[in-house]
Design a protein around this ligand. Structure first.
Ligand code: FAD
Ligand code: MLT
Ligand code: ZN
Length: 466
């Protein structure tokens, strides 16, 4: 708990009602979606403007108080968890849309707005904001930028980095860095914006952003395919690539993931009579003039003997239902047992060899730890979830056993030069494993950048670096 004098100083900066100290607020704002570390912040501060963020940060700098920037708290790496009496600085009151430029196709927003609100604002004027993830109703643009979120449309539009034209950042000193010009072209020295994208709140607090919008894709057609082998998934991806169709999503999940969704997600039902080891969710844009590109594509895939069955959505209700089979995996897993999550990526060309090795680990895992695979396979991004089925076992005991399997998988991954985090980030959960994907010189350089911007180590301390 902070001293009463510090609390009254913070109340003076952001208003009495915007400094929270009740145990339920400390618990709710002090953590993200993970449940591994205990939340122990000392206070929650909710500024309403960049000037207030800067004042709070400058105050914390003067008093040497550590800060955890907080967005929608949907993060999956423990990066927004305050474990050590930090000041949690939440952007939740900064939700304004400041400008929507229909000609330039950009939107300027405050960083606390949710991803879904930006999607809806774009839609209202006939444009499209492409970052899409199941957490869109809660996660914030500032959080998306700080994690460089990926999501289910990455294959077509890229991740958050690709959508950001400009940002405004409050530095650990309290100085405001305005890189929010929204210019599409600007070669005037180093592109400093990129440093903050994916920096997990360790280098600055994002307060505003100008984002790129796109014309809306044509109608999207979605299909779920029953696939007999992992190799066939990759061959389907290859067929799609050569067919010249406009893929907007290429996701996969295993039978285990599918069955867990059927068990826990309200109203979920399998579109297939028979079970299949793998499923692919394929989304394509309709051809110009409403031409059906899905049907000929599926015929080609059937002809190549790559699937045992397929279902195509013929109504918007079915479209949602099929997407639900993929988007409900995370929530369903969390209801199924203890969970440890991996979020790895490989060059697409390495996937076949790596997954052959991964299958060995899946088969060798203890009976009460199920390895459930799903993810953005079209981007080379696999989510491996370790599910502890023994309800009597403590989370700590399960987690320690799952860690041993994880370490073996990370060692295999490092040999393929894969990444231990494709999109969720390092946070607290993966900092011991940074060396699997980053060389010593890289980590040293990252530490030097952190030291330069935040010499007192006050902004999100203890995150990313081992
Ligand atoms: P938080 O969890 O609040 O914070 C995440 C990190 O960002 C922390 O380090 C925090 O300190 C920092 N931060 C937050 N706001 C700011 C700011 N304004 N300035 C500086 N730092 C800040 N992720 C994907 O990439 N792809 C997915 O498909 C995906 N699907 C998901 C599905 C579900 C059901 C859930 C629960 C999560 C999913 N995620 C996914 C993870 C998560 O939603 C993303 O990482 C998201 O970008 C986090 O945003 P947030 O606002 O919730 O950030
Ligand atoms: C997803 O792709 O569904 C997300 O990244 C969440 C997760 O990995 O559970
Ligand atoms: Zn994901």
């Amino acid at each position: 708990m902070l001293q009463e004098s510090a609390l009254s100083d913070l109340r003076r900066l952001v208003g009495q009602a915007n400094v929270l100290t009740s145990p339920s607020d400390l618990e709710a704002y002090g953590r993200d979606w993970t449940r591994v570390h205990q939340a122990k912040p000392s206070v929650i501060v909710l500024p309403a403007s960049t000037a207030e963020v800067a004042a709070v940060v400058a105050y914390c700098q003067a008093k040497q108080l550590p800060i955890v920037p907080s967005g929608g708290r949907t993060g999956l790496a423990g990066a927004a968890v305050a474990t050590n009496g930090e000041v949690v600085l939440s952007l939740s009151r900064m939700t304004k849309i400041e400008e929507l430029d229909e000609v330039g196709q950009t939107i300027r927003v405050e960083a606390g707005i949710t991803t879904q609100q930006v999607q809806e604002a774009a839609k209202q004027v006939g444009l499209f904001f492409p970052l899409d993830l199941a957490a869109k109703g809660s996660c914030q643009i500032g959080g998306n930028i700080a994690t460089n979120a990926g999501g289910v449309k990455f294959i077509r539009f890229g991740g958050m980095r690709e959508q950001v034209l400009g940002i405004e950042v409050v530095l650990p000193s309290g100085e405001v860095l305005d890189m929010n010009t929204g210019l599409r072209k600007n070669n005037t020295g180093y592109d400093l914006r990129q440093l903050f994208i994916g920096s997990e709140g360790t280098l600055g607090i994002v307060t505003r952003a100008t984002l790129r919008l796109t014309p809306p894709p044509r109608n999207m057609q979605v299909s779920v395919l029953a696939v007999p082998s992992f190799e066939s998934i990759l061959q389907i991806l290859s067929v799609c690539g050569k067919a010249g169709v406009q893929l907007t999503a290429f996701e996969f999940f295993t039978r285990a993931a599918h069955e867990i969704v059927l068990q826990h997600a309200l109203g979920a039902r399998s579109p297939f009579a028979d079970k299949s080891p793998y499923y692919v969710l394929l989304e394509v844009e309709e051809g110009a003039g409403g031409i059906d590109v899905m049907q000929p594509l599926l015929e080609q895939i059937f002809a190549a003997d790559l699937i045992s069955d397929a279902v195509v959505a013929t109504s918007s209700a079915q479209f949602k239902e099929l997407w639900g089979l993929r988007e409900n995996i995370t929530e369903s897993l969390s209801k199924h047992g203890h969970i440890r999550k991996n979020d790895i990526s490989l060059a697409i060309g390495q996937l076949a060899a790596f997954t052959a090795e991964l299958e060995l680990e899946v088969a060798a895992a203890p009976k009460d730890i199920q390895l459930v695979l799903f993810g953005h396979i079209g981007d080379g991004n696999l989510h491996i979830n370790y599910v502890g089925l023994n309800k009597a076992e403590s989370f700590a005991d399960f987690n320690a056993r799952a860690r041993l399997i994880e370490l073996r998988i990370f060692e295999r991954l490092a040999r393929y030069k894969g990444s231990i985090s494709a999109e969720h980030g390092i946070g607290l959960l993966k900092k011991k494993d940074l060396h699997f994907s980053r060389s010593e010189p890289e980590v040293t350089l990252m530490r030097q950048i952190k030291q330069l911007l935040d010499p007192a180590n006050l902004l999100n301390p203890g995150k990313i670096f081992p």
